[in-house]
Design a protein around this ligand. Structure first.
Ligand SMILES: C[S@@+](CC[C@H](N)C(=O)[O-])C[C@H]1O[C@@H](n2cnc3c(N)ncnc32)[C@H](O)[C@@H]1O
Length: 324
């Protein structure tokens, strides 16, 4: 299904990737496969019958988890472009299968990230599990991997105690709470927007193709489109797919760009200086050019902040004053 040029496929991601993802066609994969922890209770041919769907969510039988993981990881590695990045979110139980499958490809480890979340399952006689693993790998290639250092915090920005905000944001333990939205229907295990924004911001550019092989609540899709990336993804459960498509409607491309924190420092190198006529003219031409390429207003302004070294409001004001 095509929604605004983004592609949502209902069906198994291994077969779907073979059919719909050409080699090297994806810039970034962010995905969160089924964890397989209830898999032992499921029938072998889980994806052929709605009986084996848990709350609409399709699990993978334990005895098939290794083989299944090898199959989808191989497809992910094939579809990723050279120098592309992949983030895989996993619990601990089946992590070894994912590591094993990754080692069977030419993908290379960049970081092992620990995501610490709130609302772990309470236990009395042992520690409470409150983290997931995020495996961040790259496909080797002749160029360099996209990593937008300082896209969130400038190199000079400090917290109240003098610590570097950029350093803290790029440590490999991420403390990000799950979202609790009372009364709202939600996919089991839906990833928080903040977590997804972080991965997409650091590892892709506006217009890049982002892929999620296991869409679930379409959270990766909403964030990717919200940040004006293109998107392609898969979901095998019919019920979850239908709900996800419904939630995609009304997601305006680029709308999250307006909410992003603008890092301070050398990115705003012209802040406070008055505009010259030549600079205004150049801004209007660049803006019209980006809009002609199909970029939304928000994403064009976002790009121009970096180029002109000025804040979003300053740019928006000049555009407004000149009838844009
Ligand atoms: C952990 S959830 C993904 C949650 C998602 N990241 C979110 O934030 O909502 C895994 C999803 O993969 C789906 N799934 C299971 N097997 C699949 C397969 N073979 N192909 C595509 N999707 C599959 C499940 O139905 C489930 O929705």
């Amino acid at each position: 299904m095509d929604i605004g040029g983004n592609l949502f496929h209902h069906g198994d991601c291994v077969e779907g990737a073979r059919r719909h993802l050409p080699d090297g066609s994806v810039d970034l994969i962010v995905t969160d496969p089924p964890y397989g922890i209830r898999g032992d209770k499921l029938h072998k041919h889980y994806n052929r019958s709605e009986d084996f769907v848990v709350d609409g969510y399709v699990e993978v039988p334990a005895e098939e988890y290794g083989e299944f993981t090898h199959a989808w990881v191989a497809e992910a590695a094939r579809a990723l472009r050279p120098n592309g990045s992949i983030y895989i979110v996993s619990g601990y139980t089946n992590l070894y299968h994912i590591l094993d499958a990754l080692r069977a490809t030419d993908l290379r480890e960049v970081n092992h990230i620990v995501w610490r979340y709130n609302f772990g399952v309470h236990t009395r006689r042992k520690y409470i599990s409150s983290h997931y693993h995020i495996l961040y790998y790259e496909r080797p290639g002749p160029g360099s991997r996209t990593f937008n250092a300082n896209v969130r915090f400038g190199p000079q920005e400090r917290d109240g105690e003098g610590g570097s905000l950029d350093y803290q944001d790029r440590e490999d333990v991420w403390v990000i709470n799950r979202e609790y939205k009372p009364g709202r229907r939600k996919n089991k295990n839906e990833l928080p927007t903040r977590l997804l924004v972080k991965m997409v911001q650091y590892s892709s550019k506006v217009g890049d193709v982002v892929c999620d092989l296991f869409m679930g609540g379409f959270s990766t899709a909403r964030v990717a489109v919200g940040l004006d990336r293109r998107f392609v993804g898969f979901e095998v459960s019919e019920a979850i797919f239908a709900e996800g498509v419904r939630r995609m409607e009304g997601v305006e491309p680029g709308h999250l760009l307006e909410e992003l924190r603008v890092p301070e420092g050398d990115r705003l190198f012209n802040q406070g200086k008055s505009w010259t006529d030549e600079e205004v003219q150049r801004l209007l031409e660049r803006y019209d050019g980006l809009r002609a390429q199909g970029r939304t207003k928000a994403s064009a302004i976002q790009e121009l902040t970096g180029e002109f070294g000025r804040g979003r409001f300053a740019i928006a004001n000049v555009l407004r004053d000149h009838g844009h």
